[in-house]
Design a protein around this ligand. Structure first.
Ligand code: ASP
Length: 325
């Protein structure tokens, strides 16, 4: 039997509310050992050990917790008896943690994130099945070297492309333009595709020592957005990501200001639009002061920019990473 470690961080999968109801609950209530008791079938898949790293709503994940989680996974992965790792996590920011790990873990053993939309106390809670399938995927040889994965509602996602797209339904993650990697049927794994982009051991950031991360924040463009916001963010951060409209766009007030700000800061143009791609723009950035985020959402662009800034401030190198990772 394979040995799987479940690292619990909290989220709705550990949430508690009124018995039978799915609204108005507190995330991060039950311990992972309690959750496991509600899924006895997991014991037939693998020998399980557990680590309760924290028990928080995933909006309280942060740089320190990402680094702590990365270190914990590296420690587990060094044990030759460990075959795979499952991370339980809130759905709100699961994609941020998954993306961070996808770029920074130096291991090929399966690492699978999962969570739930309904708390453990709800009627038809979705956590038990998601956890069962995450353990099954972590046991699969097909998941080795596939990068950080996530399982949700019978679907396998890549840590690079997973994105929450529904704030309410149990099928909360987007299949979208980049698609899922495959399906689960109970404990059976059906991979249909693999991410072609560098990840884990082929990522330029996976062999880095990470103790802290540089400050990067996001400026959200909307009609009439305050110019002072950009100055404030630049005073407090090494880099900023713009969540622009359309293909990474903004009004003339912001456009005229970036030329000045880009002298001391790395600025990435991303988009608040969910689907699509952001390229260079001769109209919105005539002097090429900014770096386009290509396929990355603002919050994933923020993570990539933090990691990039740990290595260099060279804009052409950072641009290449945005285009190729
Ligand atoms: N607010 C919760 C969290 O992200 C939502 C969830 O887990 O689904 O922790």
């Amino acid at each position: 039997m394979k040995n799987i470690v479940i690292i619990a961080t909290g989220g709705t999968i550990a949430g508690s509310g009124d018995i039978g109801k799915s609204a108005d609950y507190a995330a991060g209530h039950f311990k992972v050992s309690d959750i496991l008791e509600s899924v006895p079938a997991i014991r037939s898949l693998a020998s399980i050990s557990t680590i309760q790293m924290c028990n928080v709503d995933s909006n309280d994940m942060n740089n320190e917790r990402w680094i702590q989680l990365r270190d914990l996974i590296h420690t587990c992965a060094k044990d030759p008896n460990v075959d795979g790792i499952v991370v339980t996590h809130g759905t709100d920011t699961l994609e941020e943690t998954a993306f961070f790990l996808n770029l920074t873990l130096h291991t090929e053993i399966p690492v699978v994130l999962t969570g739930s939309m309904r708390p453990a106390t709800a009627t038809s809670a979705d956590g038990p099945m998601n956890l069962y399938q995450a353990v099954a995927l972590a046991c699969s040889d097909q998941a080795k070297g596939a990068g950080v994965l996530a399982v949700f509602s019978d679907t396998i996602y890549s840590g690079r492309d997973i994105r929450k797209s529904n704030s309410y339904k149990t099928d909360a993650f987007e299949i979208g333009h980049f698609g899922s990697l495959g399906y689960m049927r109970d404990d059976q794994v059906y991979f249909l595709s693999r991410s072609q982009r560098p990840h884990t051991i082929t990522s330029p950031f996976s062999d880095m020592e990470i103790q802290t991360l540089p400050n990067v924040d996001i400026a959200y463009w909307h009609c009439g957005a305050d110019l002072g916001l950009l100055d404030y963010l630049c005073q407090n951060n090494e880099g900023i990501v713009i969540a622009g409209s359309g293909s990474g766009n903004y009004g003339t007030s912001w456009r005229d200001h970036f030329h000045q700000l880009a002298k001391d800061h790395v600025i990435v143009r991303s988009s608040r639009v969910v689907q699509g791609i952001v390229f260079d723009s001769s109209y919105f950035d005539p002097d090429q002061d900014t770096i386009p985020s290509f396929t990355f959402s603002p919050h994933k662009a923020k993570i990539l920019l933090m990691l990039a800034l740990m290595k260099t401030k060279d804009k052409s190198q950072i641009r290449e990473w945005f285009e190729t990772l």
